[in-house]
Design a protein around this ligand. Sequence first.
Ligand SMILES: Cc1ncc(COP(=O)(O)O)c(C=O)c1O
Length: 407
Amino acid sequence: MAEYVISAEALERNARVLRETGQVGGAHMLVALKAYAGTAGMCCLKEYADGSCASGLYEAKLAAQHLGGHLSVYSPAYREEELEQLLEIAHHIDFNSISQWVRFAEVCLSHPRAQKGEVLFGLRVNPCYSTGHTPLYDPCAPRSRLGVTPEQLAQAAEHSLLRGISGLHIHTLCEQGAQDLIDTFRAFERTCGSLLAAPDIRYLNLGGGHWITRPEYDREALVRLLREVREHYKVEVYLEPGEAWCLRTGVLRTRVLDVFESLGYRHAIMDVSVSAHTPDVLEMPYRPDVFLVERSPIKAGEDGEKEPSVRLPGESYLLGGGAGEKEYTYRLGAPTCLAGDVLGDYSFSRPLEAGDVLVLDDMTHYTIVKTTHFNGVPHPDIVMLRSDGSLECVRRFSYEDYADRQG
Ligand SMILES: Cc1ncc(COP(=O)(O)O)c(C=O)c1O
């Protein structure tokens, strides 16, 4: 059976970095549940995070139950009944358009929690300044639906539509460094700086997409920006990364079901679907490192090249190379009907056999939250590797899970 294995220790390693960065910069560090919402992992993050960021009611409820602390919610559009429930539990509710804010302002501002100052309302701004490389992940791409433009914001202010707005929210990055955030903030400041400085504005949410836990990330530059924003504009600053909490914390372990040749290609069929169980490989696109598990020690010189994010005791790993780099190349594919349900071409220093275990690296964020039961391929289990080395299966999926989802 395939399984996602998530390391509690690795989650805490990232969490310590994020907590320290937030504390030194004087900013609130939230966990974005859209990247990872596993309750077993959230328990590991709880003591380090200042709270969470939710995309709607379901994430908000899960976050309130398992993470606690501050709860920020932003959605491109709220349903009326959803908003009523969010008003009971959220601390910030950020709106995507002036029209949604105008429609719901009365309901929001008259709510008892709003009157006591327990929930504040904000607007997401599209600073119209792109630093991203992939249009699919660029909220500032032309014709974006994500956020109010600086012109719309200025017009809304002129028409006194911003009464009750206490916060601004900019989310523009995806897997990016501190300089891109600084450049984006400067662009935002040029068009929206005077609004940010207005006494009614009490918070600025700088969204997610910050690769803070990568070794090359310039945390000092981020901290300087956070302090500057807080001191100059007198606002509380929030960051809501998702991926940064999860980087190098989990793997997907899959078994090889079959190996054969067709039309001059060697194929290996895994017991997972790329489309269903590692969807970002097709969507991003993202090419994970793949390791072949060896149960006996391997020849000197073959290991040590690179390690999977999560190692299990007694195992050694052979790193898969690109096509033709090592002696035996395979197209790693899924047991589904979709012709393109393929992880990619990988080469290994020994031939693959049915029963071999492959480890697909860095598979916590934007993976488990996106899985499906496409083709009825059994869903991988979710297993936590605890700090004492023990493995705990926190969720096993069954035929009933597949059948129930189909309605
Ligand atoms: C509004 C918002 N906040 C936070 C995030 C989290 O981003 P990441 O996981 O890249 O840090 C996203 C991701 O799309 C987002 O849209």
